[in-house]
Design a protein around this ligand. Structure first.
Ligand SMILES: NC(=O)c1ccc[n+]([C@@H]2O[C@H](COP(=O)([O-])OP(=O)(O)OC[C@H]3O[C@@H](n4cnc5c(N)ncnc54)[C@H](OP(=O)(O)O)[C@@H]3O)[C@@H](O)[C@H]2O)c1
Length: 206
């Protein structure tokens, strides 16, 4: 079975979006800085399943290509889905995407839709994503979903694209986790222009 991992771009003070995020400002005030590394190099990286092409460093491209090869399904939250307007029907990497929500947007339910709307919570979404991903990994996006996965003991790896900026506010990734320390083992540090790619394994007692 594949791993469950979260991979997000985060400011040094821990935010994955600035304040006032919404459809008109997907990453909030100042938050576009978190994605500046996607155009900080001269290596083309075409995101599978989409029409997006980034110009990134060779180091970052190698990491993203590894994600392409290993990711089999994606679990995200309804705010990210709405803010991205469902990525125009073409989710990142083109993999089956499970959106955790309280209400199903019927306009996105159609034959061949890449989206499955899960109203029974994060554990159910991860279980469905795992079944579809098979031997491949499940990527978890958005803060609230990652937090719930950590609390439920579902997360195997944390990948942070650490951006040298202090946003001062917005959507914080690591909060609502309780007060019991969660041990991590550092597995990767890759310096690239505008970003440091950090990898960690979540250590569990099971
Ligand atoms: N920096 C990066 O790499 C990166 C990547 C992705 C996203 N982002 C940003 O992250 C922000 C969104 O993250 P977020 O944490 O605020 O929101 P989110 O996780 O995308 O969505 C939260 C919403 O999902 C639904 N939900 C969550 N848990 C649920 C549960 N257990 N049962 C039912 N529904 C549940 C609820 O929506 P309903 O009640 O409406 O259904 C909840 O309000 C955006 O600004 C986005 O642009 C940043």
């Amino acid at each position: 079975m594949g791993k469950v991992s979260v991979g997000l771009s985060m400011s040094l003070d821990g935010f994955i979006a600035g304040p006032n995020d919404g459809p008109d400002s997907p990453l909030g005030d100042g938050g576009e800085r978190l994605f500046a590394w996607y155009s900080a190099g001269d290596t083309d990286y075409e995101m599978p399943g989409t029409e997006m092409v980034f110009r990134i460093s060779p180091q970052s491209a190698e990491l993203l290509r590894e994600v392409d090869r290993t990711m089999g399904a994606f679990v995200t939250g309804r705010r990210t889905f709405d803010i991205a307007n469902g990525w125009g029907g073409r989710p990142p990497l083109g993999v089956p995407t499970f959106v955790v929500t309280h209400t199903v947007p019927q306009e996105w339910v159609y034959e061949g839709s890449p989206f499955t709307f899960v109203t029974e919570g994060v554990e159910d979404a991860v279980e469905q994503a795992r079944a579809v991903a098979g031997e491949k990994d499940v990527a978890v996006g958005a803060a609230s979903i990652a937090q719930q996965c950590i609390r439920a003991g579902l997360l195997d790896e944390v990948h942070i694209n650490l951006v040298p900026v202090l946003l001062g506010g917005g959507v914080r990734l690591f909060e609502h986790l309780g007060i019991t320390p969660i041990e991590l083992e550092s597995t990767r540090v890759v310096e690239a222009p505008g970003v440091t790619h950090l990898g960690f394994k979540v250590l569990r007692e099971d």
